[in-house]
Structure formats: structure tokens, C-alpha cells
Write a protein that binds this ligand. Structure first.
Ligand code: COA
Length: 535
């Protein structure tokens, strides 16, 4: 593979100003992240510690192998909602390594509303299990939760992807032979009692963990019996009488050690074979991405400048370089793993879609994971292009993406607008991970285009009634839509609602994608299989 050559002068004033502006944006994000990672209020944390318990992130740190990374998912879930009373939606999820096995870790943060499940907590838990299923990752649930967030019951309890889905997923994961371990480190009430009960093995902490279908107040109300939580569902009872739990732990540290010991007993797993190369740093400093990542999405960026700061040795075997220049396709390595990269370099034309679909076929046939780098305003519009059959060509790309059987990863480094989001493996296309850079934006179209469309629709409605719109009314409508699109298009808005798996620092892109690929190898890639490509 040849090394890409940059055309950017990193010593130019323009570059430095851009980098400075980007660092401000990034620091803002890091500040929010730092705050959120504290978890619940100071009082709640103090109370938690005084009970001899470790905080949720401390538990995760102890569980994973020393000096290995933890890929935390969606730490800003529920950010900006509920007056920010649900930091990280009260649950920590992510991929960590335990005895060399990539594992999905799900840990309730009981300093946040008693670890109860709001709408976003549920979404995050279900997403973690989905990732475990797609990649065949063992799961560890560190349970410390008051169950559903009762004031929100209509949004968390009865629907298909609500609380009940956890246990359905546990059964399906189990049937796939995916090990699941629970550590009961606090409350585990009502439906939540299924969490340990449906795990292969579970550990419960003495005088701290409880498991019951109905807690003491409910028992009192239903039967009139007064019973303590410990008596009803404590560690001693469950490990000696009911048999619901398998191991009695003295404290959090002990419980985590038992869980690690269980991992030593797992069967060895055959992984997907993949051609590994020695790891090499990019030839260009990844920090230069700060001077390149688009802040003003109207300014074009040559996506090769992004690629060369992400891939090993900045080397890239470009495919069809002279054809359909608004998309860049080619092979590279990321931390030794082979990847096929598809990166936007302008709007989608018919030939753009055809080139990308052809490249996906190559990667699928060669069992090479795919990385989509999104910066897309959408498809070209106009009579000429519709006559050329752009709808059918876009459909071929969708057919290729939706049926690609290799793991897909999507990083939004700029804009993600309209049908371009779909054509570049957006959330609906099940990339194994979807990540956003802090500058990125996502919406059905740009705010200005949306305002233009809606103003025109309104004008036509009024014209049919023989009326017109004043300049003032038009401006009011336009500015309202622009404001909504500005807010709803931001990476924060997206990540808060789990439209993605998290915002990342551009510099971390390499590591995150490499970890995603490493995790994906736990499930063998199926053989290629497609539907009908309309020709
Ligand atoms: N729904 C909504 N809020 C809940 C909640 C739930 N299920 N469980 C706890 N909370 C809230 C509390 O209202 C409190 O909120 P605040 O900080 O705004 O005052 C916060 O979480 C902490 O609760 P607290 O009881 O003070 O903490 P604790 O550590 O002493 O006890 C529990 C935690 C989970 C054992 C206890 O709150 C409890 O038993 N909750 C109800 C459990 C239940 O019956 N769930 C059934 C739902 S399926």
C-alpha cells in the first residue's frame, strides 16, 4: 500500500485558527463528560461510599484486566434531559477485557435515582445486549437498581423494547451460548430479580445485595407480614436456602474477584480468522485532525486527509480513484486490523452509489470489516439525475450495505444528512458501533433547506386560498425551523437519545475502531448473501 500525501499546510494561519476553534469545542465536550462521569449528587455518592460500596465506574475498573482500555458507550445518554438528573442515564455500559475476553459490561449507578431505569437507561441496557449478541460477547451485569423509574412507567414498562426486553435478550443470548454473569451488589427488585436468575452464574454481596420479586413494603401490603429485606431476599438466604445465587461475596472487591475467576473457567472460543499486520502509528499526527475536522460543514474536506491520520502508516490502497470522486474507497489497516474504508468526498451521484456498492461487495467477499466515514449532505437532486435513475442506484447501495455480512463501523466526522445517512450505514443499518465527532451534525436535511421547503409548502397552501405570507411571518417561520434544526442536529442531542454509541475525540478514532473490530472477531462472519440488485 502507498502512503497518502497531505496537501494541507499545518503551519498555515488558517490551520492554526481552525485547530484553536476545534480545541474549544473539544474541551467543552470533555468538561461535560468529566461532570457526567461523577455520577449522582455528592450526597448520594457519600451515602453510597459510607455503605462500603464502590462507585459504578470503580467497579468496572476493578473488573477488567489491569492496564486494558474500557470502551465506554454513550456516557452522555440522557444529557440535557430531566434537568440533568440522570448522568449517563444512571447506567455504565461498555466493552472491557476480562481474562483476555472482550466482554460487555453493564453496571447500574445507584447514586443516580437509586439506579432506577428511565427511558434512556432502558435503551442503553438493550443496546448493550444487542452489541453483545451481534459480537458474541460474554456479559457481566453489576446489578444495583431500584427497577423501573416509577414516575415514567408508561415509557419504560410494557413495550417491546422496554424493561421486559432485558430478560428476553438474556434468554436469547444464553441460547447462542454466550456466557452471562450477574453480580448483585445492591437492590434487585421485581422484574429485576430475573437479571441474576437468568444469568449462567451469579454472585451476591453479603448484607448488601438483595433479590426479590416483591420487596418488604409490598409483602406487608399483600400479606400483612413484616419481613426485613435481608430475610426476604438477602445474600445468606439466596446462597443457602433458595439457591437463586451461587456465590456469597464478602464485599464488592471479593464479588468482582469471584466474577473474574469464573471467566477463567470459560471454554476457549474459536474466533474469526483475519490477516493481522504489525501495528503502526499513522505517518501524520492524528492531532492534526483538530485542524481539519469540519466545523463549518459548507467547507469541503478531502476525506483522504482524515483517512491518513487514522490508518496505520497513513497507507491506503485506493480503489477506483479516478471514478466517482465524491466518494473515496480503499483498503487500509487500523492497529493491524484490515479495513475497507468508504468516505464521503461530496454529494452522492449515481456513480458514487455504484462505486461504494462495488467496494462493499469486495470487502464482503474478502471478509474485511467496513469503516464508513460520514460527511454527507445527501443525494444530488434534479431532473437530469432522476432520469438517470439515481433512486435505483442509491437502492443498490442500500441493498449492499444492509446485507453486508462483515462488521460495519460508522464514524460521523462532519454532516450526516438525509438519505446520505442511510446510504453511509447510519444507525438503521446496524453498524456494530456508530460514533460521532463533537463537531458532527445529524438531521434529515440542513436547517436552511428544511426552512426553505416548509416556507414554500406554507406559501403554496396560502396561495390556494388566495392569501399570501408577510415577510415578517416568513422570517418567523424560517428562524423557528433553523433554531430547531440547530439544536436537534447537534452531536449532544443525538448522543443523549442514543442515536449513536457515543461522541469520541477524533484522536481516539483509531483505538475505538480497533477495539470494535477486535470485539467483532468473537463471532465468525457469515458468508455473503444479497437480495435483488435492480439493474
Ligand atoms: N423509581 C423512581 N425513583 C426511585 C426508584 C424507583 N424505582 N427507586 C429509587 N428511586 C429514587 C428515590 O426516590 C430517590 O430519589 P431522590 O434522590 O430524588 O430523593 C433516589 O432514587 C434514591 O433512593 P433512596 O431510597 O434514598 O436510596 P437507597 O439507596 O436508600 O435505596 C432502593 C435504594 C432502590 C433500595 C430504594 O429506593 C427502593 O426500594 N426503591 C424502590 C424499589 C422498587 O420497589 N422498585 C419496583 C420497581 S420495578
Amino acid at each position: 500500500m502507498y502512503k497518502l500525501e497531505t496537501k494541507i499546510n499545518v503551519d498555515s494561519e488558517e490551520f492554526k485558527i481552525h485547530k484553536e476553534a476545534y480545541l474549544q469545542l473539544l474541551n467543552q465536550y470533555k468538561e461535560v463528560l468529566r461532570e457526567v462521569k461523577n455520577g449522582g449528587s455528592q450526597n448520594a455518592r457519600k451515602k453510597h461510599k459510607e455503605r462500603g460500596k464502590l462507585l459504578a465506574r470503580e467497579r468496572v475498573d476493578l473488573l477488567i484486566d489491569p492496564n486494558t482500555p474500557f470502551l465506554e458507550l454513550s456516557p452522555l445518554a440522557a444529557y440535557g434531559m430531566y434537568e440533568n438528573q440522570f448522568p449517563s442515564a444512571g447506567i455504565i455500559t461498555g466493552i472491557g477485557v476480562i481474562h483476555g475476553r472482550e466482554t460487555m459490561i453493564v453496571a447500574n449507578d445507584s447514586t443516580v435515582k437509586g439506579g432506577s431505569y428511565s427511558r434512556e437507561t432502558i435503551k442503553k441496557h438493550v443496546r448493550a445486549q444487542e452489541i453483545a449478541m451481534e459480537n458474541h460477547l460474554p456479559c457481566v451485569y453489576m446489578v444495583d437498581s431500584g427497577g423501573v423509574f416509577l414516575p415514567q412507567q408508561s415509557e419504560v414498562f410494557p413495550d417491546k423494547y422496554h424493561f421486559g426486553r432485558f430478560f428476553y435478550n438474556q434468554a436469547r443470548l444464553s441460547a447462542e451460548g454466550i456466557p452471562q454473569i450477574s453480580i448483585v451488589m445492591g437492590s434487585c427488585t421485581a422484574g429485576g430479580a430475573y437479571m441474576p436468575a437468568m444469568s449462567d452464574e451469579n454472585i451476591i454481596v453479603k448484607n448488601q445485595g438483595t433479590i426479590f420479586i416483591g420487596g418488604p413494603p409490598l409483602v406487608k401490603a399483600a400479606t400483612g407480614d413484616t419481613v426485613s429485606a435481608e430475610e426476604l431476599g438477602g445474600a445468606d438466604m439466596h446462597t443457602s436456602i433458595s439457591g437463586v445465587s451461587d456465590y456469597l461475596a464478602e464485599n464488592d472487591h471479593h464479588a468482582i474477584q469471584i466474577c473474574r475467576n469464573i471467566f477463567e473457567t470459560f471454554a476457549v472460543k474459536e474466533k474469526q480468522l483475519i490477516g493481522l499486520s504489525p501495528i503502526e502509528e499513522p505517518a501524520y499526527d492524528p492531532e492534526e485532525l483538530y485542524g481539519i475536522a469540519p466545523i463549518d460543514l459548507k467547507k469541503p474536506v478531502d476525506s483522504r486527509e482524515i483517512i491518513m491520520r487514522i490508518v496505520d502508516g497513513s497507507r491506503f490502497h485506493e480503489f477506483k480513484a479516478r471514478y466517482a470522486p465524491t466518494i473515496v474507497t480503499g483498503f487500509a489497516n487500523i492497529m493491524g486490523y484490515p479495513v475497507g474504508i468508504i468516505a464521503n468526498n461530496g454529494v452522492f451521484f449515481s456513480e458514487t452509489a455504484l462505486k461504494a456498492a462495488h467496494f462493499i461487495e469486495l470487502c464482503n467477499a474478502r471478509k474485511t470489516p467496513l469503516l464508513f466515514l460520514q460527511n454527507i449532505t445527501g443525494f444530488i437532486v434534479g431532473k437530469e439525475y432522476e432520469r438517470g435513475g439515481i433512486a435505483s442506484d442509491g437502492a443498490k447501495l442500500i441493498q449492499a450495505i444492509a446485507n453486508a455480512n462483515v462488521p460495519k463501523f460508522t464514524v460521523i466526522f462532519g454532516g450526516s444528512f438525509g438519505a446520505g445517512n442511510y446510504a453511509m450505514s447510519g444507525r438503521a443499518y446496524e453498524p456494530r458501533l456508530l460514533l460521532m465527532w463533537p463537531n458532527s451534525k445529524i438531521s434529515v436535511m440542513g436547517g436552511e433547506q428544511a426552512a426553505g421547503v416548509l416556507v414554500q409548502v406554507k406559501q403554496e397552501q396560502l396561495a390556494a386560498l388566495g392569501q399570501t405570507m408577510s415577510a415578517e411571518e416568513e422570517e418567523k417561520l424560517r428562524s423557528g425551523i433553523l433554531k430547531t434544526y440547530e439544536t436537534e442536529g447537534s452531536a449532544y442531542f443525538s448522543t443523549s437519545r442514543l442515536w449513536d454509541d457515543g461522541i469520541i475525540d477524533p484522536v481516539d478514532t483509531r483505538k475505538v475502531i480497533a477495539m470494535g473490530i477486535a470485539a467483532s472477531l468473537n463471532k465468525k462472519f457469515p458468508e455473503p448473501k444479497y437480495g435483488i440488485f435492480r439493474m
